[in-house]
Design a protein around this ligand. Sequence first.
Ligand code: PEP
Ligand code: MG
Length: 757
Amino acid sequence: MLDVLRRIVQEVAGARNLEQASTIIVKRIKQAMAADVCSVYLCDYTQRQHVLMATDGLNPAAVGRVRLAMGEGVVSVVGENAEPLNLDNAPDHPRYRYVAETGEEFYHGFVGVPIIHHRKVLGVLVVRQRDKRKFAEDEVSFLVTMAAQLAGAIASAEASGGMPVAEQSGLAIVDGGIVDGLGGAPGVAIGTALVMYPPADLDAVPDRTVTDVQAEIVAFKAAVGTVQAEMQNLGDKLVMHLSAEDRALFDAYSLMLSSGSLVDKVVERISAGNWASGALRETVAEHIKVFEDMDDAYLRERAEDIRDLGRRVLMCLQSSGRRKPPPYPERAVLVGDEITAAMLAEAPRERLAGVVSASGSRSSHVAILARALGVPAVVGAGDLPTGRLEGREMIVDGYRGRVYLCPSDPVRAEYQRLAREEAELNAGLAGLRDLPAETPDGVRVPLYANTGLVADASPSLSSGAEGIGLYRTEFPFMVRDRFPGEQEQRRIYREVLETFAPRPVVLRTLDVGGDKPLGYFPIEEENPFLGWRGIRITLDHPDIFMVQLRAMLGASAGLNNLRLLLPMVSHLGEVDDALALVRRAHREVVAEGEAVEMPPVGVMIEVPAAVYQSEAIARRVDFLSIGSNDLTQYLLAVDRNNGRVAELYDALHPAVLQAMVHVVQAGHRVGKPVGVCGEMAGDPLATVALLGMGVDSLSMSVASLPRVKWVVRSVAHAEAQAVLTELLAMESPAAVRRRLEQALEAAGVGSLVRAGK
Ligand code: PEP
Ligand code: MG
């Protein structure tokens, strides 16, 4: 059963659409269970019916036509209870109903399992037997596993716009499709998809049209020749160590490459207009499927060899310079299974219209970077048909977390209107630029910018930011292929410090690990967010830390607007050790004759342990800065990058608010200022709560700054305190959200939250 299951799962994963996936499933299940019928019913909640969407065994003409009213028949019982139902004689069940349209004979054995996605029943998978038959437990669990597979396919079809779908053969996944994800950065963009993908990942290669077919064929054949030679060499090198049988593997590889079928197929596809890498991906996938379908276990294993060969040929194609992305379209929407911070950083800003990533969540660094750049982004759009999007028009709705693929004229017109309105709102907010961030009852709350890219220093300046509240130094480390040296770092930091002087600039020491890996400093861990990251790495590597500290201090010579910030602190000892190194670096730099004052040092409060020791931490340093992104992640035990639990990740959770109040009060008790630099600081809805807590400053992406300033200037501090008292008694994030929305409406700035809906 396990082997059958594995093969079906692979086959389903390769299906192009829901119809194909469900057809494969019903056919294979019927075979595997030696049953008479296997069918899939989908729930149509608007009509309150179950629609037959695929069957092997019943009349195929009934597909899409047979609709069972919810509440009637044993299929409904499965849907209502959201539990498997296993009956040896279905007609005995009080809810049984005979359905003539399906060409149904009299079936006795029945087993139905619900198809559930995110707690919602999407349909029912049913197996029938003419004879009386009670299905075995392992058969039922096999069906439950298959139903989980189907759930993913159905949910993605639902997202692409058509339910119930039975009578629409071949879902239009690309044209007019809609894919839902999470709003990564606010704003709407209309642009052209440019698919980004990691090197040597054959599955991620997109289709791409070529103009010079001949050149493409020549490049492909050259790559095949190189791999053949490579295989030959490998075989020769190992000749002393391998048995003749094992050596035959290399001959088999060579043979596969010269057999013609693979090469000819790729050439055929190139001639039809696809580029070599795309043609290779499709052909290799086709060959893999043929091998995986074979009954012989040995031959099935050959699928892996084909995959490996495909990867090798792709690598040759890429190293011959064919991986270079085509020129960025004028309004490029970067699309990919995983868009990285580096991909974003590389894109020319003037052409970058939007970002869509199949993975990630609101607080992933790619989303943070997109917000910093003011580029609308949708992340966690898991159902994105990435491979087929290159060059297609798409709309990115960063407010709702929705992507429209090849939109219809009315949808495009609606979004053009929204984009115009947004531009008008921004132009209106631009008028606030030179006004102070001060509440109507006279409380000043300086607003700073978060950054990590030198390129966005000027937008930070022109946004009216009063300084940099968080400079994430890991970004310049991430876009290089080695650790930057002291002088190189010094230049980078000097540029920001100079740009903003005399305004303060908070440079955070290196916070790599977690979801911010350095390609040249690999860390393999089971739980990277609970592992070696932030201050833990830098304290373990004084070589890296001291270079960075000296570069930061040196860069501030003569300016003295530097502040240092330590990330991921969870033990007081870390603060003491880091402070000792800062003092040492300062002594060294001064000894070299630089005019550098000892800068104020702060600690990020982003781990629950630090919340409860915040007073002791504050006594040791000059300021605290709450990192609400990680604090939310660690308090709620929700991975900030995991789309599956993204709905649980909410900085407005009452527990997060209470923890923050605790930190602000602890800091103030010992006379130290407390700011917030997580994404929450840039959410206009959260601003009222933060004002109420009495935070001393807010640091956010520049794109958020005008909106937050508008709220600060509209809500009295006393009113914010009263609202916060109510919030702290609330029990759910939803209640907090509703109350904050009311507060914004009452202050006359409700349009800020309405724009995001
Ligand atoms: C945070 O955790 O809130 C924060 C600002 O740091 P980062 O997002 O870089 O982890
Ligand atoms: Mg953090």
